[in-house]
Write a protein that binds this ligand. Sequence first.
Ligand code: ARG
Length: 461
Amino acid sequence: KASGIWGGRFNAGPSAVMQAINASVDVDKRLFEQDIAGSLAHARMLAACGVISSEDEHAISSGLIAIRDDIIAGDFEWKPELEDVHMNIEAALREKIGAPAGRLHTGRSRNDQVATDFRLWLRGALDDAAKGLRAYQEALVKQAETHADWVMPGFTHLQTAQPISLGHHLLCWVEAAERDRGRLLDARDRLNESPLGAAALAGTAFPIDRSMTAAALGFDVPMANSLDAVSSRDFALEALAAAAITAVNLSRFAEEIVLWTSGRFGFAQLTDAFSTGSSIMPQKRNPDAAELVRAKPGRISGALQGLIIVCKGLPLAYSKDMQEDKQLVFDAFDDLALAIAAMSGMAADLSFNRETLEAAAGESYSDATDLADWLVRELGMPFRDAHHVSGSAVKAAEAKGLPLKDLPLSDYQAIEPKIDERVFSVLSARASMESRTSYGGTAPVRVMEQVKAWQEHFEFE
Ligand code: ARG
């Protein structure tokens, strides 16, 4: 038998498989708060515009609020035969208040309704992610302040390159997180327009006030084109792109945490709160959370790719393909929220090994550039020639198994007779770090300026 919302045109109900492929309520019931907020705004607007009576509006509104309470209390039965969150709530409203429930869907369709709900949900998720990133940045800045003058090896190609400040290294991730926040919040600003009242695709003949519902829901404006309102999902693509890039940046620091906490590096450790053991090897302390953050770009960028393919080639206006958007976005933003929280936690939890870092910073001829710079500065040599002389010194020192600072002056002078005693003053990791005072450089004075700048930036907000 045919029943339900479109029963008028149908003789029979759907097959089991039709219902199984069509139902989305298991996923989209997560939108219940947004769905009810949208319906409350819509009902009030309909009454204000004289489309429904204020008695009906009151019945609808109090019914919706009661349903919201039921859902929060876990006292609501979601029915897959009612397809999605929208029809479940509408059916429950009819059960609660009877006939007036049937007036709520005037001048509206599920197409503008779901777009409205989804934008509201994503707006909240983007705000939360930005907030989480701020906490992560604050944890990093605090560590950077404590470790501004700790020297560590800076790497290129994961080969020891030049000594840097640990604080400087940590502030690099604060910069990246700031751009990630910017991208997430840009996406938030661009999606903050109201589709509600676009109805199925063409608008409505009822004298509705879309500005009123837009304002009630905190949207900046009603969307100007009804087709665009119901068929665009680029807002979700943009949010996923921002999420994917954020996840990539987080994964890079996560990888460093994995490396730094390994015995081979011995730069840092996580406390028990962020470590796991092994079921067989009693000695193990594994950085599982960092590894999982390292893995998250797989799923999050997968969601982006997935939704891109869903949207590609879709003609106007709404097609049911679009229902597949929510699971991808929910999963991606759940993953992102966890990744951000885990990184904030680990950023605060990490403790560092000063001696190991400083010793590593001085290894592998990391002061060879300082030697070359000294030749340029003190002997007036062109940098390319100085590079060659310094390279010869490294070769000589390596042959003797010595660091540059222990290579005898006579060996230096055999390479370049004008080199004198003063050269030894630049041959240490700490001197190297402290010398790099250019704007944006790693000298602790510059790092502390950046720490202060970030602290003021956080306070100013
Ligand atoms: N559950 C649907 C979705 O998420 C709601 C919109 C359904 N619209 C329709 N014309 N069947 O996309």
